[in-house]
Write a protein that binds this ligand. Structure first.
Ligand code: NAD
Ligand code: IPM
Ligand code: MN
Length: 347
């Protein structure tokens, strides 16, 4: 039987509950679909940091290379470990080391989910640059603690980095409804964002079948609320994509529904699948985290592993669950009840 080996990093807070739920669903669908998933849980987290002084071992990246994919819950427990330590010690290095340059985040309403806009009809695929840009980590601080203190954080945009994420987005647009929205802030940021717009125009000439529109990020934020059905694929830099995808999550009913895939499209290193949301310290341990985003991320992992039928079955089960009104209203149903409903829809 075909076996896929999966590294499981539950991380912190609700990462545990949502990944336990997703893993149960994934195991169930695998059994009924003729393949196996072999999971290895890695305890890397803020708790691990407190025990060992590191978010993951020094050879953590090498350990991850042994698996076919990575399933991650959430990282961060700011009451005990600063986010600037925890995220830079685990999540962000994985995205960079494995060149998971395309962070793909779908935003659409599952059946029965109303969303705050009280309108359906939108189906947006956000493609977020995931390895450079505003998250490059270039910068520093001098004269710390004095009145002359300076902090610099430089965005890094390379032709290779911008071109590859735009090319990936063009491919997605071609496979969908043929529309690509490229998001920058080139009216204010006259170097990097003008550069991004230029490369967008160059690639648009190579893709005459794709309708390309450039938007400023502020206008895009408004459009996603007022006219989301006008959008198909939205491509943006690392930070803009981060912000717009929490907005995308909001319009699809909340962070409990927003899934994501950190893809290495050339497949020369592993990809990682995780919900958009974080560890949600405010609701951790209450048993009410919505596992749907994690389960949907698991479906994206199955698709990436070539198990399309199983991925479709998971998405159908999610749709049946929410279509019956389970998991649709934040906080109404417990994690266990939503998981049970998805499992029963699968059987
Ligand atoms: P968050 O996404 O954890 O929570 C934001 C809000 O959404 C909270 O009110 C939370 O209760 C709610 N929420 C999130 N997921 C939910 C779910 N599945 N079901 C129901 N409600 C849900 O964002 P935050 O509070 O800004 O961050 C908390 C911690 O998580 C921080 O340490 C942050 O850095 C980290 N974080 C990690 C990731 C990640 O690992 N990918 C993503 C975002 C934030
Ligand atoms: C996300 C998160 C991360 C990001 C944080 C936790 C560093 O918000 O995956 O959206 O900004 O990429
Ligand atoms: Mn985010």
């Amino acid at each position: 039987m075909k076996t896929h080996s999966i590294a499981i990093i539950k991380g912190d807070g609700i990462g545990h509950a949502v990944i336990d739920s997703a893993w149960e669903v994934l195991q169930t669908v695998a059994k009924g679909s003729g393949f196996a998933l072999e999971g290895t849980a890695l305890p890397w987290s803020c708790a691990h940091y407190k025990d060992t002084g590191a978010m993951m071992p020094a050879d953590g990246i090498d350990t991850l290379r042994r698996f076919d994919a990575i399933l991650l819950g959430a990282v961060g427990w700011p009451a005990e470990v600063p986010d600037s330590v925890s995220l830079h010690g685990l999540l962000l290095p994985i995205r960079k080391a494995f060149e998971q340059y395309a962070n793909v985040r779908p935003h659409r309403l599952l059946p029965g989910v109303e969303g705050p806009l009280r309108r359906g009809g939108f189906d947006i695929l956000c493609v977020r640059e995931n390895t450079e840009g505003e998250y490059a980590g270039a910068g520093g601080r001098v004269h710390q603690g004095t009145a002359q203190e300076v902090a610099v954080e430089t965005g890094v945009f390379t032709r290779m980095g911008v071109e590859r994420i735009l090319r990936f987005a063009f491919v997605q647009a071609r496979a969908r409804r043929g529309k690509l929205a490229s998001v920058t802030k080139s009216n204010a940021q006259k170097h990097s964002m003008v550069f991004w717009d230029e490369i967008t125009r160059q690639l648009a000439a190579e893709h005459p079948d794709v309708e390309v529109t450039s938007y400023h990020v502020d206008a895009m934020a408004a459009r996603m609320v007022t006219n989301p059905d006008s959008l198909d694929v939205v491509v943006a830099s690392n930070l803009f994509g981060d912000i717009l995808t929490d907005l995308g999550a909001a319009i699809q009913g909340g962070l409990g529904f927003a899934a994501s895939a950190n893809l290495n499209p050339s497949r020369n290193a592993r990809s990682m699948f995780e919900p958009v949301h974080g560890s949600a310290p405010d609701i951790a341990h209450l048993g009410v985290a919505n596992p749907i985003a994690a389960i949907w991320s698991g479906a994206m992992m199955l698709e990436h592993l070539g198990e399309q039928t199983a991925a479709d079955r998971v998405m159908a089960a999610l749709g049946e669950t929410t279509g019956r009104g389970v998991g649709t209203i934040p906080g109404k149903d417990r994690t266990d009840a939503i998981t049970a409903a998805v499992l029963s829809a699968l059987s």
